[in-house]
Design a protein around this ligand. Structure first.
Ligand code: PEP
Ligand code: MG
Length: 830
C-alpha cells in the first residue's frame, strides 16, 4: 500500500549536494521505494539518488509530495518524518554570503557601507576584476571522445576507475577535516549514486567508450541543473563535473588541460593552486588570486608575489558563491574582498589604484644607483627567478644579479625532464640578460610542496622531511648530470654559480663536487664554476667550518631553515605563529653562520622570503650578509631603505635584537629604531590647491594619502583613524570655511602641515554651520611632539581668524607663492 508525506523545504539553499547525499543515504536504508515530487515544477525524484534529488530543483519553501511504496512503508513514514523534522533542517550550514566586516575598514571606506569578506593577505596591492573559479580542466564534449570498440572491456575499465576514485575519496574523507571532508563525502555520494551509475552503464552499453560515457553523463546533469531557479543549485554542477574530471583523468589521461578561458581582468579563485598551475595561467589577465588554502611561504604564494599579484588565502568557495562572474575588488592591504561593489566603492578603488601607481613611480625615481647603506657598506640586492621573464623584471628594477634561479619550475609541468639543450637555452638567456652580473642557478628542488610528475616519487607522510631535492639526485643521476652540463655550458657566457638545495651532510656536498668536476672535465671547460649550497638544513650550521673548506659560497634558504629550526611546516597556517624568521633564535643561528663563513673568507647571501621582510633589513645589514635575493617587486623599496641605514647602528641594533625574547620584541625594537633624516614641516608637495573630494571623509583620506606618498607617515589607515578620533571629540571646522584636522599619531614620521583647497566645499560639522573649502592638516608624531602641536595649532587658528589671511590663501594660485605666503605668516605668528 502506498503512503505519503508532505515536506516544505526548510533549507535556505534548497536541496543541493550535501543535504541530498544525506537524504539519499538515509532512504537507501529502506527496502521501500521513495519518490519525491516538487509541486512547483512537477519534477519527480528518486529519494535514494543524490543526483535525482538535486535534479528536482527543490528550493527553500518548495512544497514536496513524498510517496512511499512497498516493504515496510508504514515504518518508513514514521522514521522519514522524524528525519525530515529533526535532522534535515540542521544538516546544512547557510551559504556564507559575504560575511559581515570582521575587521576595521578605514573610515573613508567604511562610510561607503561595503560588505567585504576577509582572508589572509599575501603580497600587496589592489586588483579589480571579474571573479572566476579556476577550472584548469575543460570537460570535453562527448563527441570528442572515442566510441566503444569492446563494451565488456569498457565496462570493466569504468568499474576499475570508479573503484579507485571511491577509494581515494574515502581516504580524503578520513584525512581531511571540515569543509574539505564534506566535499569529498558529497563527491563520493555522487560517484555511488544509483542514477549516476545507471546512466554511465547505460551509455557504455549503448556503445559509448568509457570516457565518452562519463562526458555524456556529466553533460546530461549539466543541462538539467542549468535550468534550476537557484544559482546555488546551478553551482552544484561543479561537483558533478569534478567527479567526472577525476574519472576522466584515469580513463583518458591524454586529454589536454584546457587553457583557462578568462576575462580580460580576472580575480581567480582556486581551492589550491600548484606552482605549475600558476605558471600556466595567462598572467596578463589574472589580476589577483583568491585561495582557499596555501601558507604564506608556499611556492605558489612566492611566485604570486614575484608577479606582483595581490593574493588572499583562506577564502572558502562558499564565501564567493554569489559573486562569481561579477565584478569584485581584492584589497591585499586590508585582506578584504568586495563582491559586486557599487559605484562609490568602485570609484574609491579606482583612486586607490592611481595612488598605488603614483607610489610605484616615486619609488622607481628614488631607487636608482648602487645598493649600499648610508655609510657605504655594500649589500648586493639580487632577484629570485623561475624564468627568463622574471629575470627581465628583476633587472628592470636594478637587480645586482640573480641570487636564486629556481630551475625546478622547468620540470614541474613537463612529462619528461627537460633535456640538456633545452635547459642550456634557458640558462643562456638569463645569463645574457644578466649582462655580466652573477647568476646563481640552483639545481632542481623537487619534492616537498613541489612534486613533478616527470620525476615521480612515492607518497610520503612528511614530504618536507622526505625525498626531496639532493636526496633524489643519486636515483636521478642521469637527469642531474644533464643539468650540471647545461649549467657548465651556460657558464661560458657569463659569471654563473651552481647551488645545491637541501644539503644536510658533507658526504652529499662531496658527491656533488665529484660529479660537477667529472662533467666539467668531460666538457673540457678549464674554468671551475663556483659551487655553493643552500643553508637550509640545520645540521650544516654545526659543521660549517668543514663545509667552508669544501664549498665556495652559501645562500640561506630562510623559508626552509625557519621551518626546520622551529619544526613548523612552512605551508601550515595553524603553526604559523611558531614560524618566525625574525625570532632571536633564528637571528642567532644566522649571525653565527655569517661570522663563521666570513672568517673563512667565504660569501653568504640569503634568498628566502625573509630577505624582503619589512623589519629584517637592518638586522641582515648588521650581520654583514653579502647579498639579499628577493622577488623583483621588492627590490626598489629595499634599495631605498638600505640607503637610509647606517651599518654601525645596525650592528648595535642586531646585538639588542639577539637579546630579545621573541620575534614580536624584535619587530618592536626595529620599528622604534627606525630614524629618518629630518624634513621641513611644509614643502611644495604638501600643497594641494585643486583637490576634488566629495566629503569630509574623502578629504581626510586624500590628505593622509598625500602624507603617505611623501613618506611622512608609515600607516595611512592608522593615521586616518587617529585623525577621526580627534574629530569625534569635536569638529575641527573652525568656521569661515576653514578646517584644521590634526593629530599626534604614532604613524607620523615627520611633523607636517598639508594644505588642500577644495573645488567643492564639503560639510565638516563646523561651528558656524558653513561648509569647508580650505583644509589645513597638522600631523605630529605622538612620541616626540610634546606640546609643540598645540602651540602650532593655536598659531594656525589665530591666523585663520584674520580675513586677509583667509582671502590670501584662497586667492593665491602659484604654488611657490602659496608656500612662501604660508611660511611667512606662520613665522610672523610664532
Ligand atoms: C628557502 O627555502 O628559503 C628557499 C629559498 O628555497 P625554496 O623556497 O625554493 O625552498
Ligand atoms: Mg628551500
Amino acid at each position: 500500500m502506498s503512503h505519503s508525506l508532505t515536506l516544505i523545504c526548510p533549507l535556505p539553499n534548497g536541496i543541493h549536494a550535501r543535504p541530498a547525499s544525506l537524504i539519499a543515504e538515509f532512504c537507501a536504508g529502506f527496502g521501500a521505494a521513495i519518490r519525491w515530487r516538487n509541486q512547483r515544477n512537477g519534477q519527480w525524484a528518486d529519494a535514494k539518488s543524490v543526483l535525482s534529488l538535486i535534479g528536482g530543483d527543490i528550493l527553500f519553501n518548495d512544497v514536496v509530495d513524498i510517496e512511499i511504496d512497498g516493504e515496510g512503508a508504514a515504518r518508513v513514514v514514521d522514521e522519514l518524518s522524524r528525519f525530515l523534522r529533526q535532522t534535515l533542517p540542521r544538516c546544512d550550514e547557510p551559504v556564507a554570503a559575504a560575511p559581515a566586516a570582521s575587521r576595521a575598514l578605514p573610515r573613508s571606506l567604511a562610510e561607503l557601507s561595503p560588505s567585504p569578506c576577509f582572508g589572509q593577505p599575501a603580497g600587496q596591492g589592489v586588483a579589480i576584476g571579474e571573479l572566476c573559479v579556476h577550472r584548469g580542466f575543460r570537460m570535453p564534449e562527448p563527441a570528442e571522445l572515442p566510441l566503444s570498440t569492446d563494451r565488456d572491456a569498457d565496462l570493466a575499465v569504468l568499474a576499475v576507475a570508479r573503484r579507485a576514485l571511491a577509494e581515494q575519496l574515502r581516504q580524503q574523507c578520513g584525512s581531511q577535516g571540515g569543509e574539505a571532508a564534506g566535499v569529498s563525502r558529497a563527491h563520493l555520494a555522487i560517484l555511488s549514486d544509483p542514477d549516476f551509475r545507471a546512466r554511465l552503464d547505460a551509455a557504455v552499453a549503448d556503445g559509448a567508450g568509457a570516457a565518452r560515457a562519463v562526458a555524456a553523463v556529466v553533460a546530461h546533469y549539466r543541462a538539467q541543473l542549468s535550468k534550476s531557479a537557484s544559482e546555488y543549485l546551478r553551482e552544484r554542477e561543479m561537483d558533478i563535473r569534478d567527479v567526472g574530471r577525476r574519472l576522466l583523468e584515469a580513463l583518458a589521461p591524454e586529454i589536454e588541460r584546457a587553457g583557462e578561458a578568462l576575462p580580460e581582468a580576472a580575480l581567480l579563485w582556486a581551492e589550491d593552486l600548484a606552482p605549475s598551475e600558476l605558471l600556466a595561467l595567462d598572467r596578463d589577465k589574472v589580476k589577483g588570486l583568491l585561495l582557499a588554502r596555501g601558507g604564506l611561504t608556499s611556492h605558489t604564494i612566492i611566485l604570486a608575489r614575484a608577479f606582483s599579484l595581490p593574493v588572499l588565502t583562506g577564502v572558502q568557495r562558499a564565501a564567493i558563491a554569489n559573486g562569481i562572474g561579477r565584478t569584485a575588488v581584492l584589497d591585499a592591504g586590508l585582506g578584504a574582498l568586495f563582491q559586486s561593489p557599487d559605484t562609490v566603492v568602485l570609484d574609491y578603488y579606482r583612486e586607490e589604484e592611481a595612488l598605488l601607481a603614483a607610489q610605484r613611480q616615486r619609488l622607481a625615481r628614488a631607487s636608482g644607483g648602487i645598493a649600499a647603506s648610508a655609510d657605504g657598506q655594500r649589500l648586493e640586492l639580487a632577484v629570485n627567478i623561475a624564468s627568463a621573464a622574471e629575470a627581465q623584471l628583476g633587472f628592470a628594477q636594478g637587480a645586482d644579479g640573480v641570487g636564486l634561479f629556481r630551475t625546478e619550475m622547468l620540470f614541474m609541468d613537463a612529462d619528461e625532464p627537460p633535456g640538456e639543450d633545452e635547459q642550456f637555452q634557458c640558462y643562456a638567456e638569463v645569463v645574457r640578460l644578466a649582462a655580466g652580473r652573477p647568476v646563481i642557478i640552483r639545481t632542481f628542488d623537487i619534492g616537498g610542496d613541489k612534486p613533478a610528475r616527470c620525476l615521480p616519487a612515492p607518497q610520503e607522510s612528511n614530504p618536507f622531511l622526505g625525498y626531496r631535492a639532493i636526496r633524489m639526485y643519486p636515483d636521478q643521476e642521469v637527469v642531474f648530470r644533464a643539468q650540471l652540463r647545461a649549467i657548465l655550458r651556460a657558464s661560458a657566457l657569463g659569471p654563473v654559480k651552481v647551488m645545491i638545495p637541501m644539503v644536510a651532510t658533507l658526504g652529499e656536498a662531496r658527491w656533488v663536487r665529484r660529479l660537477l668536476e667529472e662533467e666539467r672535465a668531460a666538457l673540457g671547460r678549464a674554468e671551475p664554476v663556483p659551487l655553493g649550497i643552500m643553508l637550509e638544513v640545520p645540521s650544516v650550521l654545526f659543521q660549517l667550518d668543514a663545509f667552508c673548506r669544501e664549498i665556495d659560497f652559501f645562500s640561506v634558504g630562510s623559508n626552509d631553515l625557519t621551518q626546520y629550526l622551529f619544526a613548523a611546516d612552512r605551508d601550515n597556517e595553524r603553526v604559523g605563529n611558531l614560524y618566525d624568521s625574525l625570532h632571536p633564535a633564528f637571528l642567532a643561528a644566522l649571525n653565527q653562520a655569517a661570522a663563521t663563513i666570513h672568517r673563512h673568507g667565504r660569501w653568504i647571501g640569503l634568498c628566502g622570503e625573509a630577505a624582503a621582510a619589512p623589519h629584517a633589513l637592518p638586522l641582515f645589514l648588521g650581520m654583514g650578509l653579502d647579498e639579499l635575493s628577493m622577488s623583483a617587486p621588492s627590490l626598489q623599496e629595499c634599495r631605498r631603505r638600505l640607503r637610509e641605514l647606517d651599518a654601525g647602528c645596525c650592528r648595535e641594533l642586531l646585538a639588542r635584537a639577539l637579546a630579545c625574547a621573541d620575534g614580536a620584541e624584535v619587530r618592536a625594537l626595529v620599528a622604534a629604531a627606525a630614524a629618518r633624516p629630518a624634513l621641513p614641516m611644509l614643502t611644495a608637495d604638501c600643497l594641494m590647491p585643486d583637490a576634488v573630494w566629495g566629503s569630509k571623509a574623502a578629504a581626510i583620506k586624500g590628505l593622509v594619502d598625500r602624507l603617505w606618498l611623501l613618506e611622512r607617515c608609515d600607516d595611512r589607515y592608522g593615521m586616518e583613524e587617529d585623525l577621526w578620533l580627534r574629530e569625534q571629540a569635536y569638529s575641527t571646522g573652525l568656521g569661515h570655511g576653514f578646517a584644521i584636522p590634526h593629530a599626534k599619531s604614532g604613524h607620523v614620521l615627520h611633523p607636517t602641515l598639508c594644505l588642500a583647497r577644495l573645488a567643492q566645499p564639503v560639510d565638516w560639522g563646523a561651528s558656524d554651520g558653513q561648509p569647508v573649502d580650505m583644509v589645513l592638516l597638522l600631523a605630529f608624531n605622538a612620541a616626540d611632539a610634546g606640546a609643540a602641536h598645540l602651540k602650532f595649532f593655536s598659531r594656525l587658528a589665530r591666523l585663520v581668524m584674520h580675513e586677509d589671511f583667509r582671502q590670501a590663501l584662497r586667492a593665491e594660485r602659484d604654488p611657490e607663492c602659496l608656500l612662501a605666503l604660508l611660511r611667512d605668516r606662520l613665522e610672523g605668528a610664532a
